[in-house]
Design a protein around this ligand. Sequence first.
Ligand code: ADP
Length: 278
Amino acid sequence: MTPAISVRGLSKSYGHLHAVRDLDLDVGYGEIFAILGPNGAGKSTTIEILEGHRRRDAGQVRVLGEDPGTAGRSWRAKIGIVLQETSDFGMLTVLETARMFAKCYGQARGPEELLELVGLATSSGSRVRTLSGGQRRRLDVALGIIARPELLFLDEPTTGFDPEARRQFWDLIRVLADDGTTILLTTHYLEEAAALADRVAVIAAGRLAAVDSPARLTAYVNTAATVRWMEGDQLHVEQTDRPTELIRQRSANGAELAALTVTRPTLEDAYLRLVGLA
Ligand code: ADP
C-alpha cells in the first residue's frame, strides 16, 4: 500500500544554511508519527513543506498521493492543520466559533458533535478568551478536524499543558487515530512521543538520525538496566542485563536493600544519544 506521506531526498536551504538535508520519510495510513529534534533541527521546515506552505529546493514529496507544492483545493480539504499559535476568536463562544468554521466546509462535522468529541461540550457557551490553555488547544484541534481530514498535522500540540490536560489530550488523539486519521505531530516532550506515537523520527541538524517505534529506538541505546540501592550512607549503582540475579546475590544474606530501584533506558536517553547531547 502506498504511504500517506512519502519523502525522498528532501532538501531546503535558507541562504547558506542547510535546514533540511537529503531527508527520507514514510508515514503509513492510520499511523501516529512523531518528529523529534532540538530547536533548529528542521522540523517546522519539513512539516511546512508537507503542508504545502513552503517550497523545497530538492526531493520528491507525496502527501495523500499528491505533491503538496502543486496540489489543489480537493487535496487541501483532506488535510487538517493545527499550528503552534492559536487563532483569536476571543469574543465568540466556543459553539459560535465551531458553527462559523462548519459553514466554510461542505463535509463538516456537526458543531455539537465536534465539541463532544474534543471534550468541550460543557464549555460550548463559554467565550473563547475565558478558556484555559488546555481547552483552547482542544478548540484548535476541533477546528483542525472539522472537515474530517484524512491527515492531521499537529505542531507541538500540548506545550504549556498541565499533566492532566496533556493526558486528556492524548486520549483525544488516540480517538482520532482509532477513527482512521493519520497523525503527524512534533513535540518537545519525549514522554508524549513515547506514549502516543507508533513511530518516531529523530531529526538533528536537518538530517534523519533514526526512525523506529519508541520501544525499538529506546533499545538502540543500551538494554542494560541500572540497579541502585543504599548501604548506610553509600549509594551503589550497577549496570546489568540480569537485574533479578544481581539483586538476589546482593540480598543473599537476607538483607533489605534500602531505596532499591531498577531503571531501564528511556526514549529520552535514546534521543539525547541520537542528537549528540549524551
Ligand atoms: P525546528 O522546527 O526544528 O526548530 P526550523 O525548521 O524552524 O527548525 O529551522 C531550521 C533552521 O532553519 C534553523 O536554523 C532556523 O533558524 C532556520 N530557518 C527557519 N526558517 C527560516 C527562514 N524563513 N529564513 C531563514 N532561516 C530560517
